[in-house]
Design a protein around this ligand. Structure first.
Ligand SMILES: [Zn+2]
Length: 291
């Protein structure tokens, strides 16, 4: 189980959210058999999606983060719900590139140049969609840029994934600090002072600090109240019914063509579950398709 907390300063000006996404990143690694750098990239995006999902107000709201980069990892997608449960995948799960010049996993090199798209399905007629150019491809800076450009909300984002030599996940997660509108200059200065010399999120988490302690360490000049917490997990919501609906949407001609094969297997991108259809089952589905 992961853990996520939302806190607010007693002054009401600063919000801090933090997630321990170690188990989520571990599950993603096991499903997708990612290499170290793609585990880091996907784990960071899942941690961000989990926190941003947790900030959604409606119970059935969902959030999708999609990175389209020209690097060897290809597209990376993370989807979350309003409790921070999330799932994701990376187009090319195995990428082997050298460490960056700081001796760290080169997430930016795996992603390359491109865009970050944020989609929020809030149960309205049209989803909210915003797209920004990637700033660094390290993901945390790109999320910060998204909030500045698209939501005009000053945000500090930290994300991290520590990968063990055997490719299991030692620690993963991050935090988001946001300033509410009309925050005073003094508050902004106090937030900035607190972030100087702050250890990395995964350093703090793997040293045994709780999420409450990490938020307090990042905002030492503020008193924080915990608003709520939940226990998000890596969760896929695929089902045979959903796969059938997706097949029907491909159209009558396509399904009739697929039905010529004795057996067709459809694999869920998010959890690798395999759904098997016989030719006659596909023919039956084609009768429900329009064109
Ligand atoms: Zn699935």
């Amino acid at each position: 189980m992961g853990r996520i907390i939302r806190t607010i300063s007693t002054t009401g000006e600063v919000i801090a959210i933090a997630v321990d996404a170690t188990d989520i990143a571990e599950k993603a690694q096991q499903i997708h058999q990612t290499s170290a750098v793609t585990s880091a990239a996907l784990g960071r995006l899942l941690a961000a999606a989990s926190m941003m999902g947790d900030m959604l107000k409606g119970k059935d709201d969902t959030l999708t983060l999609r990175i389209n980069g020209d690097g060897p990892a290809g597209s990376i997608i993370a989807v979350s719900d309003s409790e921070g449960n999330c799932r994701g995948y990376v187009a090319n799960p195995v990428v082997e590139i050298p460490l960056n010049n700081k001796g760290k996993l080169d997430v930016s090199g795996a992603i390359g140049n491109g865009s970050l798209t944020v989609m929020k399905d809030l149960g309205l007629k049209e989803p909210y969609i915003a797209q920004i150019q990637l700033v660094s491809g390290e993901i945390a800076e790109d999320i910060t840029s998204y909030y500045a450009v698209s939501e005009q909300t000053p945000t500090v984002c930290a994300l991290g994934v520590l990968v063990n030599p055997d490719l299991s996940i030692k620690a993963a997660g991050g935090f988001l600090i946001q300033l509410l509108p009309f925050t005073s200059e003094e508050t902004i200065d106090a937030v900035e002072r607190g972030l100087q010399d702050l250890p990395s999120f995964t350093q703090m988490l793997s040293a045994g600090m709780t999420l409450e302690e990490i938020c307090q360490r990042a905002l030492p000049e503020f008193e924080l109240d915990v608003l709520d917490e939940s226990a998000p997990e890596y969760r896929c919501n695929c089902s045979r019914g959903r796969v059938e609906a997706a097949l029907i949407s491909t159209g009558k001609a396509e399904l009739e063509d697929m039905a010529k094969d004795e057996k067709t297997e459809v694999t869920c991108h998010f959890c690798d579950k395999v759904y098997s259809f016989t030719g006659s089952e596909l023919l039956a589905l084609s009768k429900k398709a329009t064109e």
